[in-house]
Design a protein around this ligand. Structure first.
Ligand SMILES: Nc1ncnc2c1ncn2[C@@H]1O[C@H](COP(=O)(O)OP(=O)(O)OP(=O)(O)O)[C@@H](O)[C@H]1O
Length: 291
């Protein structure tokens, strides 16, 4: 697998505040990444640096070995769809599609028009005349049709209803299967999209606190339910995220990163954890007291 993006000890200071704190990670070619984290964690700030919209204060970001900043060759390989402000308000949808290949050389105009129709967008209307959900659907249509080797969506579906969001996920996956590319999706609707992700990166207060393959994450995070005296001795080498006790029944929610948990007796019930719950627990500032 070829590395597309190399983020090397990157920090970003804005107005004397360290927003990104020494992040190192890489993004491989043709994989789908979930970039997750709480509000204000630093996801957009990192994506702006990866797309060359701002420079790191320290460290380097390279796309195929080159800095994306002020680099039209690299920029032409990137499509970054933000939660708003992607298009000029005065432009009509049909003109946005007409001129889009100038920015995204791989964009397939016919496919873009097909997507516009799928989302029932009025091609003759200006962006300023569209509803919030329609503007988001326009961004998503351009993002998918761009077929850019690096396509980044930052919370792209503000105002879109559940059915339209599902259409987005289905179309993205369908087109990715035929035209693989690196896709990074930042979202708070984690469970809705978790099936799309191949890898998950979690940012917490500017630091990269987790980078893991989705199958590993699913396999290694769960809740154990049973008698406290039976469960406690098993928790020596795992990360305990939460403990609860209710009428003699004890539950420990754990992340067993290094697969250290011994085999379980039949008296202990093992329940899987949703990705959303895992992310909430991993970023929970008020760590639960032992019960
Ligand atoms: N131009 C700026 N001036 C001052 N602070 C900024 C600026 N841009 C970002 N920040 C701060 O950086 C932090 C991270 O912001 P960022 O937008 O990267 O978070 P995020 O993880 O994308 O959040 P969300 O999920 O809410 O979109 C926040 O505390 C934000 O206030």
């Amino acid at each position: 697998m070829t590395c597309l993006i190399d983020v090397d000890t990157v920090s970003k200071v804005i107005k004397k505040e360290k927003i990104i704190d020494s992040i190192s990670c890489s993004f491989e070619e043709n994989r789908i990444y979930g970039l997750l984290g709480r509000n204000g964690a630093g996801k957009t700030t990192l994506m702006k640096m990866m797309t060359g919209q701002s420079l790191p204060t320290e460290g380097d970001i390279l796309i195929n070995g080159q800095s994306p900043f002020d680099n039209p060759t690299v920029q032409s390989q990137i499509c970054f769809i933000k939660e708003s402000g992607n298009f000029k308000e005065t432009m009509k949808i049909k003109d946005i599609i007409k001129f889009a290949p100038a920015y995204y050389p791989n964009l397939n105009k016919d496919f873009a028009l097909e997507l516009i129709e799928t989302f029932k967008l009025p091609a003759h209307k200006k962006v300023s005349q569209l509803s919030k959900g329609m503007v988001s659907a326009l961004g998503i249509s351009i993002g998918i049709a761009s077929r850019a080797p690096l396509t980044i969506f930052d919370e792209p579906y503000i105002g879109m209803d559940a059915a339209a969001r599902q259409t987005f996920y289905d179309l993205l996956l369908e087109d990715y299967t035929i035209h693989p590319r690196t896709i990074i999706l930042s979202t708070h609707l984690i469970d809705e999209v978790s099936n799309l992700f191949q890898d998950v990166y979690l940012i917490d207060e500017g630091k990269l606190t987790l980078s893991e393959n989705i199958d590993n994450l699913k396999e290694r995070s769960f809740a154990l339910k049973g008698k406290k005296e039976e469960i406690l001795p098993l928790l020596q080498h795992v990360q305990v995220l939460k403990e609860t006790a209710f009428i003699g029944e004890y539950t420990a929610t754990i992340y067993d990163k290094d697969m250290q948990l011994p085999s379980l007796p039949p008296t202990i019930e093992k329940k899987s954890l949703s990705l959303q719950n895992l992310m909430v627990l991993l970023t929970d500032q008020k760590k639960e007291e032992r019960v």
